[in-house]
Structure formats: C-alpha cells, structure tokens
Design a protein around this ligand. Structure first.
Ligand code: FAD
Length: 408
C-alpha cells in the first residue's frame, strides 16, 4: 500500500493519503476476504440481505465512518468513505449498496444536518447497527425529476406532521422478506410549492412503529444488487412529531445536494472495487488458460482487453481519490466532480467487468467465477444516485457557470 520499500510513507499515494487511511483499507480488505467474500454468491442467488453480517460492520466502526466520535462514529473523511466502499465492493457490491444506503445516505446526512438532540438520540443506534436506516427520495413517478415529488406533509394543530405518499426503489426499505420496515427513514417530502411549481422540501426522520409508515412491497428479480433489499414505502396519514423534522421546513434542498456529492463519490468507489476485481480476475485467467498452444494473454485481442482495462482502472482510481480529497463532508461545493467521477467510473466498471467475462469465456458467464455478478451489479451504478444523463446535464450546466476546472 502506501509504505515504500525503505519504510517511508508514500505521500503520492492518493488512495491512501495517511497511515490511518492505509490501516482502514487493510482492515476492511481483511474483513471482506474473510467474511464478505464467502457469502456473496449465496446471498445474490437467494436475493436476501445479510443482516447479521451488516451488523458486524458496526463492530468495526464502519457504519458511522464519517460521524464524529462523540456520537459513536469513526470521525473520518470522504477518502475513508471511498476506501470502505471500494473494498466491500471488490467482493459484494450488493451488500455494499446496503451499507452505502445506511452509512452515507442516512447516517452521514444526519451527522451533517441534524440538531444536537437528534444526533445524540439517533446516531449511536445507527452507528452501532442496532438500527438500520435508509433514505427515501425517489417516487414511482419521479426520479431524476426529483422536485416533482408528490409525497407531502402538512403540520397539524398540535405541531406534529401528517405525511401522505409513496416512495419507490428504497434500498434497505425492507429489512427482510416479511416486510419489516427500516428502523429509520431519512424522508424528503413536499411541504410547499415555489413560484415555479417546484417542491419546497422538508426532511423527516420517520421511525419504525410510527403510525401510517409501512412497506408497500419488496422488489424482486432485480438484474443485480440482489444482496440488498429494495422496497416501496407507504406513508398513509403517517404521523411524525415535530422534533423529527431536520432543519427548517422547506429548506432541505441543501441536505439533498450536499449529501448527493458523497453518495456519488461512494458509488464511483464501488465501481472501482468492481473494476479492480474484474481486472485481477481477467489478468490471472489470461496466464492460466491456454488455447492453440499459447497462453491466451499472448493474443493481441486479449491484450487489448487487459491493457484498456488497466488504463481505465488507474484513471478511475486517480479521479475518485482526487475528488474525495477535495470534498468536504460538511459543505456542498463539489458537484461538478462528484458528477464527473460517477459518470466516468460507473461505465468504466461495467466495461471492465464485461471484458473480464469475455476474456474468461464460458467460465466468466458462471456465478462461481464472480465477474458475471459484478457485471450485473455494475449496471445499477449507471442509474442509482443520478443517471448518466443526469450527470451530463449537471456537468454541462456547472461548466457554463464556471469553467476553471478546464482552464485552471
Ligand atoms: C436498485 C435500486 C436502488 C435504489 N435505491 C434508492 C434509494 O435508496 N433511495 C432513493 O431515493 N432512490 C433509490 N433508487 C432510485 C434511483 O435513484 C432512480 O432510479 C434514479 O434516480 C432514476 O430515476 P427513475 O428510475 O425514476 O428514472 P427517470 O428519472 O424516469 O429516468 C428515465 C430515463 O430518462 C432519462 N431522463 C430523465 N430526465 C432527463 C433529462 N432532463 N435529460 C435527459 N434524460 C433524462 C434518465 O436519465 C433515464 O434514462 C434506487 C434505484 C434502484 C434501481
């Protein structure tokens, strides 16, 4: 990793900028090989979320990786978030997606935007894994067009809020096949409409057991990410106390925008894990397999698959960790590169997993050899957390306002 042969620290290793980061990577890599890898194929096949394994991430301090230590977290930065997601995804992107939905989409959001009272009350439970959380933004009729959302909340005379609407595609929305809901939902709902007809958003912390909150359906038969549960949530006259509103009503766009940056970096880092595993598998196989009396790595077409994949992998790694190093978790401000890095890394991972299957021929197409699962999982990363087309739109918009990243 970052230690050179002479024992000195390699300050140029952007993926392990400090000894703490390097130790984190080593710890997660060890955990992944010993505990995540052996269960990955089975949980993908059965389409179930491994709750017991998830809770172990709490014992290692990973569920609150970016949460200050006073609330039970590890107090680390965006680079650490990328490291954990890269390492878990090397073996099991589906399991990692459940981790990301909890630790980045819900827990980090609360750590950055919640009140002291909300943080003291809830963060210790989600950092330890006692509670499993999710983030509900998308709806059956509104995804990219998020400000069109219809889920609405109205404040009652007694100060509590009544919420109505459905959320769709929510990772960790159901914990099991019996429809047990997540312990806590970071929910965006419309509490007003601006002069352009767009939603004014408010964030609610909806806890399991609150009246009117339930799972509509667990979504089965996904192409990939099958080790994470995806569900529709129903809020039917759901009553939430005023103390569970985060920030001021109508001002939650900033929560959403700020958190989308770390979400996109984490999803790009998941792509990096997929790319590294796929590249490693094709590289090894190309030496082991012979055809026409030669190792297949002697064939020019196989060399193209490996050569292009290596160069793309290295470019992803540099761009992801450069973006992470320049992303402050407590401030919005790096949308351009969090969009850019996800745009580039997700498609690169899908292409590298695809080439790994091609290099491995029939074996690559079979679950035991892992890469077909990574290929299925990689496709989601081009959709969730913002589609490729959404990234095109944002990047082009941001560059119209400020092109210093091109010329600077
Ligand atoms: C497995 C899985 C897990 C998910 N987890 C979560 C979660 O935990 N929480 C959550 O809130 N959501 C989650 N999502 C939802 C995800 O974020 C959305 O699917 C995504 O934002 C796209 O929304 P959509 O599916 O409604 O597609 P749409 O937005 O309807 O897009 C359909 C197509 O139209 C294109 N399009 C839309 N607008 C434009 C435009 N202006 N210009 C060009 N093209 C455009 C899109 O790029 C896409 O190609 C998850 C989705 C999946 C599949």
């Amino acid at each position: 990793m970052a230690i050179l042969m002479n024992g000195e620290w390699n300050l140029n290793d952007i993926a392990n900028p400090t000894q703490e980061h390097s130790m984190l990577r080593e710890m997660v890599r060890d955990f992944t090989i010993k505990e995540v890898e052996p269960q990955a194929l089975e949980y993908d096949k059965k389409e179930i979320f491994n709750v017991d394994l998830f809770k172990k991430l709490g014992d290692y301090g990973l569920l609150g990786i970016s949460v200050p230590e006073e609330y039970g977290g590890a107090g680390m930065d965006s680079t650490a978030v990328a490291i954990v997601n890269e390492e878990l995804s090397y073996s099991d992107p589906g399991f990692c997606l459940a981790y990301l939905a909890h630790a980045q989409l819900m827990v980090n959001n609360l750590a950055q935007n919640g009140s002291d009272e909300q943080k003291s009350r809830i963060l210790p439970k989600v950092c330890s894994g006692d509670w499993i959380g999710c983030m509900a933004m998308s709806e059956p009729g509104y995804g990219t067009d998020v400000l069109g959302m219809q889920t609405s909340a109205i404040q009652q005379d007694n100060g509590s809020w009544k919420i109505n609407g459905n959320k769709m595609w929510i990772t960790n929305g159901a914990i099991d096949d019996s429809g047990t809901p997540a312990d806590i939902v970071w929910l965006y709902a419309r509490t007003g409409t601006d002069s352009k007809g767009r939603a004014e958003l408010t964030t609610f912390l909806v806890e399991r057991g609150m009246e009117g909150y339930s799972v509509g359906q667990k979504i089965y038969d996904k192409a990939g990410m099958r080790a994470s549960n995806t569900a529709e949530l129903v809020f039917d006259n759901c009553i939430v106390p005023n103390e569970n509103v985060v920030g001021n009503p109508g001002e939650s766009m900033i929560h959403m925008m700020r958190n989308l940056e770390i979400e996109r970096i984490a999803l790009a880092a998941m792509s990096l894990g997929i790319a590294r595993r796929s590249l490693s598998a094709m590289n090894k196989y190309a030496s082991e397999r012979e055809a026409f009396g030669n190792q297949i790595r002697d064939f020019g077409q196989i060399q193209r698959h490996i050569g292009e994949s290596y160069a793309e992998y290295r470019a992803m790694r540099a761009y992801i960790y450069d973006t992470a190093a320049n992303t402050n978790l407590s401030m919005a401000g790096n949308r351009l590169d969090s969009d850019g890095v996800k745009l580039f890394a997700t498609t690169a991972a899908k292409n590298i997993a695809d080439r790994a299957i091609q290099v491995m021929g029939g074996y690559g197409y079979v679950g035991e050899y892992v890469v077909e699962r990574l290929w299925r999982d990689s496709k989601l990363l081009e959709i969730g957390g913002g589609t490729l087309e959404g990234h095109h739109k944002n990047i082009t918009r941001d560059l119209a306002k400020n092109s210093s990243n091109i010329d600077g």
